[in-house]
Design a binder for this molecule. Structure first.
Ligand code: AMP
Ligand code: MG
Length: 413
């Protein structure tokens, strides 16, 4: 048996960052930039008003107070999207709306609230009283203050979150070069499995793994390709694996233990190389990793255990980092916190336990409580969990009140 770290190192050594693809920016969320992005324009392109008010020369308001306002001649109005042609000279003001380019001659904007506009009922206004002296540049957003023309805005390797997608749009980019998403083929194995939408004969169960695993793949940015179910027969498994040869990763579930019908590992041994079989962890001890030889390429294959909880946890620990590595992500691990246990956990066979817990925060501290019976077939124990509490291999018992490292699956409650 090998440790979780050894297994992860070996799995990751089989994966490289994938190539780039040019796509509309709206489809790039969660992908990593494969180019340095320079801006062809300044943002904002022109000096403009940060507030609704009056554009003026700051010196025209020198010495102004509410008791002794400076009177300025109003020469016009400019709204966002318009260009004012008229020049604002000394003693003059132009009504201006937020985002409108500053008219020529003006260097500042005084807010409506700092003028007597509200006290003057006549429209259009010909004069305005300013209540305060203002520094030059007040309420003006400078051209290029966000992004200068020619500037490196986003570096290659940047993860595109909603804000980066917005930055790309702000410089007028319609597409970006990003590292492509991996195609992940998913195959369920087992004679007992039936697809959802079908009646459930006695002795059968619904194939849930394909759906939990495909959802995990999609959640972390991969493109799931569900291959369906292969019964416990070598020819069926081989035929299905044949459909996965153009994918970047094949995930199977089931068929990797020591039972008579656990054939996935036999097929893998014939069609490729096996990297390892068992990891010192619980759940998830039977785990296979290897490479399938296609005609012109090799497809990494992770054989997840069949038990629904085990397959999801081994996915989190091994498939997720592999997918993120292919996508060019740098941080491959999920956040970990130290939590006080509110349940007792025992560890009888010297493996690392990943216990399903619900973590909550109280003030500065985290508390974790088991989500019920921990059988690896009890998928609702995952559905109730937001984290996995990690009991080290050598620890035999964790009592209530002791602390453990907890791997957060989700931050939402
Ligand atoms: P195996 O690893 O094939 O021995 O499967 C272990 C357990 O997981 C058995 O109880 C299977 O019935 C169950 N199992 C295997 N594949 C699936 C699946 N796709 N969906 C739900 N349960 C499964
Ligand atoms: Mg099976």
């Amino acid at each position: 048996m090998i440790s979780v770290e050894q297994a992860l190192d070996r799995v990751l050594s089989y994966f490289e960052v994938l190539d780039g693809e040019e796509k509309p920016i709206l489809h790039c969320l969660g992908q990593v930039l494969d180019e340095d992005v320079y801006s062809p324009i300044s943002v904002p392109p022109l000096d403009n008003a940060a507030m609704d008010g009056y554009a003026l020369q700051a010196r025209s308001a020198r010495g102004a107070t509410p008791a002794a306002p400076r009177l300025l001649d109003v020469i016009g109005e400019v709204s966002a999207g318009m260009m004012a042609e008229q020049e604002v000279g000394p003693g003059q003001a132009m009504r201006i709306m937020t985002g409108a380019p500053l008219p020529p001659g003006a260097d500042s904007v005084v807010r409506f609230e700092d003028t007597d506009e509200a006290l003057r009922p006549q429209r259009p206004l010909t004069q305005i009283g300013v209540f305060r002296q203002i520094p030059r540049g007040e309420n003006v957003r400078r051209a290029g203050e966000d992004i200068a023309s020619g500037q490196l805005v986003l570096e290659r390797g940047t993860l595109l979150r909603p804000q980066e997608v917005g930055v790309l749009a702000s410089i007028g980019r319609t597409t970006a070069l990003v590292i492509r998403r991996p195609r992940v083929a998913i195959l369920a194995t087992g004679d007992e499995l039936v697809e959802i939408g079908q009646p459930l004969p006695r002795g059968k169960i619904y194939n849930s793994n394909s759906f939990s695993i495909a959802s995990q793949v999609a959640r972390y940015g991969g493109i799931p390709q569900i291959l369906g179910i292969a019964g416990d027969r070598v020819d069926e498994i081989e035929a299905k694996i044949g459909e996965a040869l153009d994918s970047d990763l094949l995930l199977t579930s089931g068929g990797v233990s020591v039972g008579q019908y656990d054939l996935v590992k036999d097929v893998l041994a014939q069609q490729g190389e096996i990297s390892f079989w068992t990891v010192r962890m619980k759940p998830g001890k039977p785990l296979a990793f290897g490479v399938i030889h296609g005609h012109d390429r090799k497809v990494p294959h992770l054989g997840l255990p069949g038990n629904p909880v085990s397959s999801m946890i081994t996915f989190e620990l091994f498939a997720r980092p592999a997918i993120l590595k292919m996508m060019g992500r740098k941080n491959l691990s999920k956040p970990m916190v130290r939590a006080t246990m509110e349940s007792r956990v025992t560890n009888t066979d010297g493996r690392r336990i990943f216990a399903r817990v619900m973590v909550r925060r109280e003030g500065e501290r985290y508390f974790a409580r088991l989500t019920g019976p921990q059988g690896s077939g009890i998928l609702t124990s995952m559905a109730r969990a937001n984290a996995l509490a990690i009991v080290p291999e050598e620890v035999k018992e964790v009592k209530e009140g002791e602390t453990l490292d907890v791997l957060m699956l989700d931050w939402e409650e």
